[in-house]
Design a protein around this ligand. Sequence first.
Ligand SMILES: C[S@@+](CC[C@H](N)C(=O)[O-])C[C@H]1O[C@@H](n2cnc3c(N)ncnc32)[C@H](O)[C@@H]1O
Length: 232
Amino acid sequence: MTGAELNLLAAYYLQKNPYRFNKQEKEKFLKGLQEWIDGKSEVIDDEVYDFLLDMGLYKKERREDEFISYINQKYGIIRFSKILDIGAGRMCKLSQALAKYGNTLYAIDPNIRLLPDEARKMGIKTIKKEFFVCDEFAKNGRGTNIQNVDYVFGVEPCDATEHIIRQGLKYDKPFDILLCGAAHKSLNGKTFSSYEDWYEYLESISTEVQIRKFKTSYYASNEKQPEIELGK
Ligand SMILES: C[S@@+](CC[C@H](N)C(=O)[O-])C[C@H]1O[C@@H](n2cnc3c(N)ncnc32)[C@H](O)[C@@H]1O
């Protein structure tokens, strides 16, 4: 496929997904695509990645599908459970996928583009366009409440990663995170020169935090199983 054909497909994709991008994001997407076409960038922009997958031009597993394989081998297929999807992304793709199994999904991310009605039609109970914060780092000392959910999940949740780990540990909830491939700052401002150093830091938070590779990604999890009360 030529660059011109790819650009035509991108124009069609943008038209088909009117809520997915604001003006700046659209520009970023087109720039990322151009860099990818020109071979200037080794790191593929998330949105360009999704576009190539949607158009069948990239034969890789979607992040959310890989994540679901990971949690299936850990817990078995999760059904009729309450799940918090943190750093859900614009289209809440993990939430959409997990809602198909009769789960109740709560998606949180300041960047969510879905409207509440659209989300409900996809089986997502609530969307919260806000930052998830753990108690330790909440301004008023009370972070996002996770006490009523069975599982806390995140797919490349960037700066929410450490918050998820700390809040999951505090409230003894099963958490699983498909980690970003690039290092993020710690909550107390420490920077890391490689993703390996960042992963090491995340593991050092508690002996309960385990980081392992599954398929093409690294996952941070604890060993906790949910305490699900049937009928609740
Ligand atoms: C790389 S994107 C991944 C989005 C989505 N999970 C996916 O796989 O397509 C990271 C997302 O994390 C969100 N994020 C970062 N910090 C957050 C926080 N404290 N609480 C909730 N979301 C956060 C960003 O807004 C962004 O949408």
